[in-house]
Write a protein that binds this ligand. Structure first.
Ligand code: 5GP
Ligand code: ZN
Length: 136
């Protein structure tokens, strides 16, 4: 189902034109308008889901398979040196468009991008507490 006033629903379903790298019944993969690097692309489901939590198991598995296939193709065609998969859920995680999308960001040696996080510190006790919190 499409969601009214969702820009990625419109792009995914072809109502707004985009630079499409791949399309099938369920997904469209497009070039990002503000690319972090050359070839920065997004996989969008045609059915609206706000984020990862809203995907069906079927969608989630197909998206990862598509990401793998396209990562191989992009690496071959763009001759990039690496590639990041990034997927943000919620404002706190940096999600700016509330329609699920998976970023494929080709990386080039010395491309100047800094994607990532500042490594923190912890203890074995804290790690054990978190482990219990998640698995308990
Ligand atoms: P987020 O921060 O939500 O994970 O990423 C949103 C991404 O969507 C950004 O990289 C941004 O450049 C891209 N974006 C936003 N609006 C448009 C658009 O209208 N067309 C395309 N192709 N990309 C968009
Ligand atoms: Zn949408």
């Amino acid at each position: 189902m499409k969601k009214n006033d969702c820009i990625f629903c419109k792009i995914a379903n072809g109502e707004i034109p985009s630079k499409t790298l791949y399309e099938d019944e369920e997904f469209r993969m497009i070039l990002d308008l503000n690319p972090a690097t050359k070839g920065h692309a997004l996989i969008l489901p045609k059915d609206h889901a706000d984020d990862l939590y809203g995907l069906s198991d079927g969608q989630a598995s197909k998206i990862m398979l598509l990401a793998k296939k396209m990562a191989v193709k992009m690496t071959e065609k763009l001759q990039c040196d690496g590639l990041n998969l990034i997927q943000n859920n919620g404002e706190a995680a940096g999600q700016t468009v509330r329609h699920f999308h998976l970023h494929l960001i080709p990386r080039y040696t010395d491309d100047g991008q800094q994607l990532g996080w500042k490594p923190g510190e912890t203890t074995q006790e804290e790690l054990e507490e978190v482990r219990k919190q998640i698995t308990g």
